[in-house]
Design a protein around this ligand. Sequence first.
Ligand SMILES: [Zn+2]
Ligand SMILES: [Zn+2]
Length: 513
Amino acid sequence: MCQVDEEYNGLLESPVASSATKKCNKCKETTAALVLKPGESLCRGCFKEHFVHKFRAMLGKNRIIFPGEKVLLAVSGGSSSCAMLNQVQEGLGQNAHKKLRFKPGIVYIDEGCLLGQSTEKRQKTMAQINSLFKMTGFPHHIIPLEMVLNLPPSVLEPVHLATDDPAGSYKEAVDHFMQSSPVHSVDPRVDRSELSALTDGTNPQHIAEAQTQTLQELFSRVKTLTAKEDLLHTLRRHLLVSTARTEGYSKLMLGENCTRLAVKLLANIALGRGAQLAVDTAFCDPRYGDIVAVKPMRDYTAKEISLYNYMWNVPYVFIPSLETKTADKSSIQRLTESFVVKLQVDFPSTVSTIYRTGEKLQTASVTEDIERAPLKCLFCMCTLDTALGETSAFQATLISEQLSNVGTTPMQASLRPDTQTKCGAPCDQQDGEEHCQAQAVCCSHKGGDSMNLESLLCYSCQQTVKDMTSVEFLPQYIMSEAQRRNRRSQIRHEISEFLLTEDSDSPSIKADS
Ligand SMILES: [Zn+2]
Ligand SMILES: [Zn+2]
């Protein structure tokens, strides 16, 4: 939406004027219909071929999505995710040899409550999205953001699956699929009866007024747009992962394109998310364990997608977001976007340069992330980047912060035991656990210490919470999980002297949880 300049700047007019003389670079026969980048003019047919091939190549190269697997497409209604949806549709309709073989479903999260939209307005948007999804014939789930308040604390725990040799198991899965193929043949038309039954459950759930208010209260406690966007991103991701789990999907497909990822890469550095750059921008994001998030659109620029959608009439819906109609300097994310997009106009390799640099960062940190399974951030579920040596930049930041800081942070202040509700119920082991899940901030008085949210968050998520005036409206599942983790670390601390060595400490604790 913000890429209008970049998308159409001279691209649709100039080729028309010069196309009479220009031939397509690829087939060298047909007249070129568009200029993808200087020196690369393509005809309609070749452009479509190029676009479709890119999508299939991205999935084929990574071999992560198995045949017959249920994949949840996160569609925001925007051009990029709608182009992704279109590619999946195309892929399923192709002839047997080239066909995509997974089973797609679609999810849309309605964030209208944060924009103060009326119920009518939200219903209108949802109806628009619903009709868009209905055309695909895939099962779809339209979920209001308020549903995030009903999530269980288990969302925040990555589920670890036994990992075999991925390449070997992929081949096995393909062979198995081919053998049982006649039964499972993934023709969208055949599956439709089964799908339509599922679709019934996808009508927008009834949203209680109180839940909308709670969510609005939460966001009104956030002082900056930067932190609001970050918090929204976190909550949205939790909701997506939870939906995938409850509906039986094992992959989550995100529509982030190359331009988006280049912006994200730079914005993440500015936000202090350097440690998570690789996972955030890589094709495959394994941080949730059982639900793997993949980004098949990451090789497309926003321009390519817009041209494709325009030429092939791919439907998409304009849906305003928190960033819509805000000034360039209103948030770090917005400023980075405007910086990259404006630079891209005059220097067309800006996006690809940033993106390729990101590619190089990946490998090392991603493998490192999978191998060790240390503490994860409560919000973004990335490995905690705060357990660093005394000479790290992080410690230096903390020291200078301490020196210039007066007063307590909202994280500590609002969670002192004396401000918490105490349930008075006996809190023994399993009962206590369930009980605490129901009562958000209760039972934390057990150790008598204030709850320390800070120690459970990565550096960047800490900054987001620091931008909040209070954390009392954070969803219950987050608070309950925070309580649980705090209790666990407290127990670990209490029994620490009975533990033999640093290494034998973690397994013994893990066994009892
Ligand atoms: Zn051509
Ligand atoms: Zn985090």
